[in-house]
Design a protein around this ligand. Sequence first.
Ligand code: ACO
Length: 357
Amino acid sequence: MTLPSAVLQGVGVSVAPNEVTNHMLARVMETNDRWIRERSGIGIRFFVDPGTGSADLGVAAAQRALDDAGIASEDVDYLVCATMTPDHYFPGTGSLIQSRLGLAPLPAVDLRQQCAGFAYGLQMVDALIKSGAARTVLLVGTDVHSSLIPWSERSWEVLYGREEGPLDAEELEWNNRFRHLTVLFGDAAGAMVFQADSEAEGRGILGAALFADGDNMEILYVPGVGSAYRPFVSAEMIERGDAVPSMDGRSVFKLAVTHMPRVTREVLETSGYSLDDLDLLIMHQANLRINEAAQKFLKLPDEKVHNNIQKYGNTTSATLPLAFYEAREAGKAPEGSLVAFTALGAGLHYGSVLMRV
Ligand code: ACO
């Protein structure tokens, strides 16, 4: 018996409305355009207005993906949502998206694999469709990183030029403490719709090589806020900055350039393909320098890779669909092309998923 394939039917994206340049960031911390571009490749990113959560961006991307697919929302029978910035501690964002899209009650899950969340979601979509548990699955990756940025109201006003700077020394020092992090992120969502197809052998999601490595948890995590503490959250935790992610950027960088090429090769090999067969590599957009190094290790030409971190920063769960969406618009992912989606993020969680578009 041939199992049904999970075939991609549509893609949609939603990017936050407020463009923030590197020069604007220099109003609220000691940084500059050159440092940010040289170290990360990022030129601009977009932030939401306060009050817009990951569900709002996710709904917009999901609706566009359904429109792109030409699939009515009532046909969706499973929703998978990847986010590390849910609207609320609980419930997850999946049920908010279900409700705001006007979907009838259906199974909805949230995945918490951070920058690898969308890759894990692709494997889950494949398993749901192959097992017969679902026929039409909506996969959403959405993150509002600006909600994690610990700036004061005044810093935000100075950033957008609505109040005159400079900031006082204490505030500048606080903002500088997180500058290696806050320059990297942006807010966006991406979504894909998949349908079961029993006559599409060799198409759809073909395989996955996914891993978790908790031994390296402390190189990228939020030190405070959680059941490891009583109370779960306290004013002291927030004052210490323990509610803000902590990142040993160099260690993340080293592990990313090692694991991302390795898992890309692995998923190709275990699925019966070689690097020569690959038409397009979509990598998580954490740092352009990581992706350039991974591309070099794999000896892939520029036309087989698509990066867009320059325009959006790191949007965590949204990077894979956002980069794929733009690659497809640029003609790099026509029907029939073989695409690998490779990511690494906090956990560590990392891996690669192979798809025939
Ligand atoms: N502007 C100016 N100077 C800065 C900034 C900034 N924004 N940030 C840090 N610096 C300074 C530091 O203070 C330091 O100064 P010093 O030498 O006087 O002490 C110097 O620049 C070098 O700092 P490093 O942190 O060592 O910089 P590095 O070269 O490692 O680059 C970076 C930092 C860009 C973060 C890099 O390590 C990186 O990209 N790592 C991977 C990031 C990543 O993948 N994150 C995971 C995604 S997040 C997720 O999964 C949720």
